[in-house]
Design a protein around this ligand. Structure first.
Ligand code: ACO
Length: 160
């Protein structure tokens, strides 16, 4: 895997032109079907949503929503983070997540969180490496997949 990390991956912002790439990726990676609201939120998040290209092939993406909380604080919510199966283990997920974590630091965002199916141990371990912890477990969160339960993974970001 070490040598694999030398591959050249570029990140591209989301626009109306490449929106279909994100939709196709999500259909192939996730068991959940996402609605148009997710894609509208992703477009509105600006730099917080990125597609990852291996050469000229779109192989992964992170899509976030920015949430304004009472008192004015903004939290980042990771709606989807996925890499096509043949391209996993090459550091692409790390590059996408680090991009968003850097933005959180730069924009003084103190909290970033996501929902993950309770049986998705690979993803849970992946996020834990970046300092996310399970902060809540919600039963029957998903309607059409088994198990229907999710963990909320949260990373609290302390500004330097
Ligand atoms: N099994 C074991 N370890 C893994 C796996 C895996 N499937 N995937 C990543 N890791 C570990 C790697 O070993 C690596 O550790 P290291 O740095 O110590 O070597 C570390 O996690 C980072 O690996 P990357 O190569 O950067 O991760 P990758 O590009 O494979 O992306 C991701 C990780 C996004 C979780 C990918 O496996 C994936 O797309 N999974 C399916 C979709 C998914 O479950 N997404 C998360 C759901 S939750 C949500 O979307 C909000």
């Amino acid at each position: 895997m070490g040598a694999g990390r030398e591959v050249s991956i570029s990140l591209e912002g989301l626009s109306d032109k490449n929106l279909m790439q994100l939709k196709k990726l999500n259909v192939s990676i996730f068991p959940v079907r996402y609605n148009e609201k997710l894609y509208a939120d992703a477009l509105a998040s600006g730099e917080f949503t990125k597609l990852a290209y291996y050469s000229d092939i779109c192989v992964g993406a992170i899509a976030c929503r920015l949430e304004k909380k009472e008192g004015g604080a903004v939290h980042a919510y990771i709606m989807t983070l996925g890499v096509l199966a043949p391209y996993r283990g090459l550091g692409i997920g790390t590059k996408l997540l680090n991009h968003v974590l850097d933005l959180c630091y730069k924009q003084s965002i103190s909290e970033i969180y996501l929902h993950v199916q309770t049986n998705n141990e690979d993803a849970i371990n992946f996020y834990k490496k970046f300092g996310f912890d399970i902060t809540e477990t919600i039963h029957n969160y998903y309607k059409r997949i088994t198990p229907p339960d999710c963990h909320v993974l949260t990373k609290f970001i302390t500004q330097p």
